[in-house]
Design a binder for this molecule. Structure first.
Ligand code: 3PG
Ligand code: MG
Length: 397
């Protein structure tokens, strides 16, 4: 990967390697409910171990505001990481100072140590040079493998990269490579699926994508706002009536940039928002006053599938319909499966990201078949918005 130092050029033997990982994993009742982020850092950790480095892991967890608290401790995560890694992971109750120092003194080459939540120190989110200095004193070099935290300019995600020899870890590298392929120099035509409930949360994203992609496929609740902006009646559907002008503006800019906006032409409507509510398919010109759109209809799905067949690159953020409740997951499932099949057939490069998107693809059973699924939420969105991520920028060679 040009422009970045990777582990290829790092001399790790006997070195204290400070590794910024993202162990901000979802927990339910004290158990890690989705270990994807843990599994994604294993290649980097195994490489450091096999090359004889000492892997000293830094991560945030949650958003603690008042110093240390048990609810936001990384301690339980150390055990889960050890299981996935298949070797012991030591834990130190502070990410700097005496506790960290003495735990590091006890490390042999190839050992792994997890330090406590970086956000227990106020200086982390402030990118305080004093905290950066304290962290830097613990290691010989810095590896950032936390793309999903790279939109934060914090001490452990940004500050440290300027203080020490800095390298992109293997997951960071994979994320940057996948996203660059999808958006910077993509094989064309390129299409984007943008779904989800609201335009308001994705204005910058839509604005940037109309400049970059050839097809912008809009799904989910936000499609209703676009339909309403075209003068269609959307009944009781989710719709941001204060953003109709904004939607028209986006459509105008898309036309100027020769980006074709693909909106649903038919919809699955129901009178109530609940699983298995009585529903039927209508043209988007005939949504009843008492009906709400809960999914794209079969004709829309076929139209989107035709676009997928025509494009070479796809980026995906956000579900089509109310995919959490059946049967309104049908369009998301169908389109996701078609994208996965085209990818497996070698006809499409597909990159997806964002919390809901990953659940939607897992729900459709196809996440594994996409070219790349990002573990990032906010960072993935900011990248698609065309923003520079401080944690990535700081790694540039
Ligand atoms: C995430 O879960 O998206 C990252 O770990 C970043 O967390 P944050 O939004 O609390 O900075
Ligand atoms: Mg977040």
């Amino acid at each position: 990967m040009s422009g970045f130092h990777t582990l290829d050029s790092a001399d790790l033997k006997g070195k204290r390697v400070l590794v910024r990982v993202d162990l901000n994993v979802p927990m339910e009742n004290g158990h890690v409910s989705d270990a994807t982020r843990i599994d994604r850092i294993l290649p980097t950790l195994r490489e450091i171990i096999s090359k004889g480095g000492k892997a000293i892991l830094l991560s945030h967890f949650g958003r603690p505001k008042n110093g240390p608290d048990d609810a936001n401790s990384l301690k339980p995560v150390a055990g889960v990481l050890a299981q996935h890694l298949g070797r012991p992971v030591a834990f130190a109750p502070d990410c700097v100072g005496k506790a960290a120092d003495s735990a590091i003194q006890h490390m042999a080459n190839g050992d792994v140590l997890l330090l406590e939540n970086t956000r227990f120190h106020k200086g982390e989110e402030k990118n305080d040079p004093a905290l950066v200095q304290q962290m830097a004193a613990l290691g010989d070099l810095y590896v950032n493998d936390a793309f999903s935290s790279a939109h934060r300019a914090h001490a452990s995600t940004e500050g440290l990269a300027h203080k020490m020899p800095a390298y992109a870890g293997r997951t960071m590298q994979a994320e940057i490579e996948a996203l660059s392929k999808a958006l910077e120099k993509p094989a064309r035509p390129v299409g984007a699926v943008v779904g989800g409930a609201k335009i308001s949360s994705k204005l910058e994203l839509l604005g940037n994508l109309t400049k970059k992609v050839d097809f912008l496929i809009i799904g989910g609740g936000m499609a209703n706002t676009f339909l309403a902006a075209q003068g269609k009646k959307v009944g009781k559907s989710l719709c941001e009536n204060d953003l109709l002008d904004t939607a028209r503006e986006i459509m105008k800019n898309a036309a100027v940039n020769k980006c074709q906006i693909v909106l649903p032409t038919d919809a699955v409507v129901a009178k109530e928002f609940k699983a298995h509510a009585h529903s039927h398919v209508v043209s988007v010109d005939h949504v009843g006053d008492d009906e709400m759109i809960l999914d794209a209809g079969p004709r829309s799905v076929a139209e989107v599938e035709a676009v997928l067949t025509a494009i070479k690159t796809l980026v995906w953020n956000g579900p089509f319909g109310a995919f959490e409740i059946e049967p309104f997951d049908a369009a998301t499932n169908a389109v996701a499966r078609t994208a996965a099949r085209l990818t497996v057939e070698g006809k499409l490069l597909s990159v997806a990201g964002g919390g809901d998107t990953v659940s939607a693809l897992n729900h459709a059973g196809v996440a594994e078949q996409f070219t790349y699924v990002s573990t990032a939420g906010g960072a993935f969105l900011e990248w698609l918005e065309g923003k520079h991520l401080p944690g990535v920028e700081a790694l540039r060679a």
